[in-house]
Design a protein around this ligand. Structure first.
Ligand code: MRU
Length: 366
């Protein structure tokens, strides 16, 4: 049964004239749905670094367009290499950024310089469309897992399947469907009673501001919780499964995702709650094995921890200080969940254990 996408909106679109891309400014959600037009590689770099766009797959697709824009000014080998390295440095952790840029470079380098910019733009568009289909298929492969747990847990009218998620791995973080949310949207569309516990996801509140907004738009029942509530909810049997996204998965199945994910995996393990990771294969990095030792973890500004943006009763979005003036703050943006805590990886090619042999076999068919 084919299911309609959860939203007609897209966080990334090519502008009709093909001279820019138009993105949702995710810094303003949920208070305002506003778009920004990115017509230069500099605008794309800023949008990624300052999180106008965020989420591993969306970062990759947006960067591919950014490189195509850069090649319009100079498509020679030196510029190609310099702009690629510069865009890759916009954010260090999500491997999709390098994955998408390397695809563009490998595609255009053999081409005559004069044709590279157009070829890069066409490939960026293909990467964006592919992402929508990849995530739809992640949903298709994840749905039987939800149905199976629902059957075992006696889900039905008045007893929804309780799913916990962390950060935003929804359609806002991709080009469509989302990764972790895709099985949820498909289950909801097919009438499976479900309810989502939405971690607020401090310090940038992707859960409170983006996931809650998305699920509200789609009519999916959900409850916002403080990040620290998940373990307690699991202890009291109120969580049937956890499903999260990822920014980089290593060859042996270590999963890097938004800070706080590891703590949810520990709590899930301690309470026998299945912990699933929705992983487009574009997020698999077979070049690294030990996630803790090898994945670069982004350190973002302390101000994201000491201050908070919110909407006043008058509807104005303001920033307020949470901590005493001058308080030191650290802000690692991601953490690594060891493979041993991951129940399964849900990919567009099927569900696999977080194990090296299975991951290499999955990619061998590529
Ligand atoms: O810092 P962000 O908002 O880019 O972090 C996003 C996440 O950690 C997501 O869970 C991950 O990128 C997967 S998005 C499908």
């Amino acid at each position: 049964m084919s299911v309609a996408a959860p939203s007609a909106l897209r966080p990334l679109r090519a502008a009709p004239g093909g001279d820019a891309v138009v993105v949702i400014d995710q810094r303003l959600l949920p208070h305002r749905l506003a778009y920004e037009s990115l017509a230069t590689p500099e605008a794309v770099h800023h949008a990624i670094r300052d999180m106008v766009v965020r989420g591993a797959p969306l970062i990759g697709a947006t960067a591919a367009y950014g490189l195509a824009l850069a090649l319009r000014a100079d498509a020679g080998d030196a510029a190609l290499d310099a702009k690629t390295a510069w865009l890759k440095a916009a954010r260090p952790t999500a491997v999709n950024l390098a994955w998408a840029l390397d695809r563009v470079v490998n595609h255009v380098r053999p081409l005559p310089v004069a044709t590279r910019a157009a070829a890069a733009w066409a490939l960026a568009a293909a990467i964006a469309e592919e992402d929508v289909e990849v995530n739809r298929r992640i949903g298709e492969h994840g749905l039987p897992l939800l149905r199976d747990i629902a059957a075992r847990r006696g889900v039905g009218p008045g007893r929804p399947l309780n799913v916990l998620t962390h950060c935003n791995a929804g359609w806002l973080a991709t080009v469509g469907w989302g990764t972790a949310t895709s099985p949820v949207y498909q289950a909801h569309a097919q009438g499976l009673p479900l309810h989502v516990w939405v971690d607020e996801t401090r310090p940038r509140n992707q859960g409170a501001g983006l996931t809650a907004w998305e699920l509200g738009q789609a009519g999916v029942p959900h409850t916002l919780v403080a990040d620290n509530a998940g373990g307690h909810l699991m202890q009291h049997g109120q969580v049937d499964l956890v499903i999260v996204g990822c920014d980089r998965v290593t060859a042996r199945g270590d999963v890097c995702n938004k800070i706080g994910t590891y703590l949810k995996a520990l709590a899930a393990h301690d309470n026998g709650v299945p912990f699933f990771v929705a992983m487009p294969t574009s997020t698999l990095d077979l070049a690294v094995a030990d996630g803790l030792a090898e994945i670069p973890i982004e350190e973002r500004s302390a101000r994201e921890v000491t201050h908070l943006a919110g909407r006043t009763a008058a509807g104005k979005v303001v920033e307020v200080a949470l901590a005493p003036e001058g308080t030191n703050a650290a802000n690692p943006a991601f953490d690594v969940t060891p493979a041993r805590l991951v129940s399964a990886l849900i990919t567009e090619r099927g569900v696999v254990p977080a194990e090296e042999a299975a991951l290499r076999a999955l990619m061998a068919g590529a």
